[in-house]
Design a protein. Sequence first.
Length: 359
Amino acid sequence: MSIAGFFAPAIVVALITLLHLIVPARSVDGYVIDPATQKPFRYRLNGLIVYALTIALWALACFSHLLAWDFFWTTRWEGLAGACVLGLIFTLAVVLTAPPTAKGLLADLFLGRAANPQWFAKRIDAKMWLYLVGATMLGLNLASFAMHHRLAFPYDPSPGVTLYVALFTFFLAEYLFFERVHLYTYDFFAERVGFKLGWGCLVFYPYFYGIGLWAVADLPNPHTPTPMLAAAAILFFLGWSLARGANMQKYAFKRDPDAKFLGLIAPEALSDGKNKLLVSGFWGAARHINYLGELLMATGLTLALGYPGHLAPWLYPLYYVALLIPRQIDDDRRCAAKYGALWQDYVKRVPYRIVPGVY
């Protein structure tokens, strides 16, 4: 067992935390209201810079022969074990130090108690920190796993592996670039911080999301035809357009309900005089069209690897099915309770939940 591999996730998390604290950041208002002040929570956002610096430091350590290029691959099982322990410690610390809810200890441990904890004089928001840590650790794993593939097959590496890592890196970088937009999404107003979110970001996100590459990094080049690789990339960017476009349109609408999205799409909304629900553009096609985008991106990534007959790479898009359908049901239930008759009018106007014309 590699002791260094076991402690590597904790060291990486400490590095990311330090960079997040010392690197200059934008300070912005979010969507969720702080019950203590009745004002929006404030967030320090520097995720993309921290991500880039961490990857650069990893590359520098490898170039300097302080670290093997495929270190995170050769110690992947030890790293996973270390991340699991770290996730459990985090869960206990963040849950047991917060006031209990009425749902009981087990529910509190899983779902969390505190909705929006912030630390270090509010310089770190728990949710944004968790997403940053998860994305950056995933990026390190992907880069190291890809380097292992190139070291294993130096004369015939798979272009699908390169495409997969390039697309996934784009996914992570643009997520961190649009950090502010995600302050307006489901996680921030509906989730609390416990095992589900904490362990999910510290363990599941960085180690499961790249399961496709984990499964095939040791396999030879499948010689996927170039048109198939192009189709995988097109499917990925089609999904990205739906997910990013929908989230950006909602973000723009919540900030200014009268502004045209991208200067082109005039907002159309249903209103009961108090609340407004967007029914134009992406949000006129399906009530959770962004979820369809996530599914298409995951499918494109899986196909890029060139092993469509292997089960393991498909676990990533299947995970999104298992995650997003229950989330859609829960979100619809929350909206029905919040908006009442207005929501019923919206459902009649936009009958499809995720896939237009199908579901």
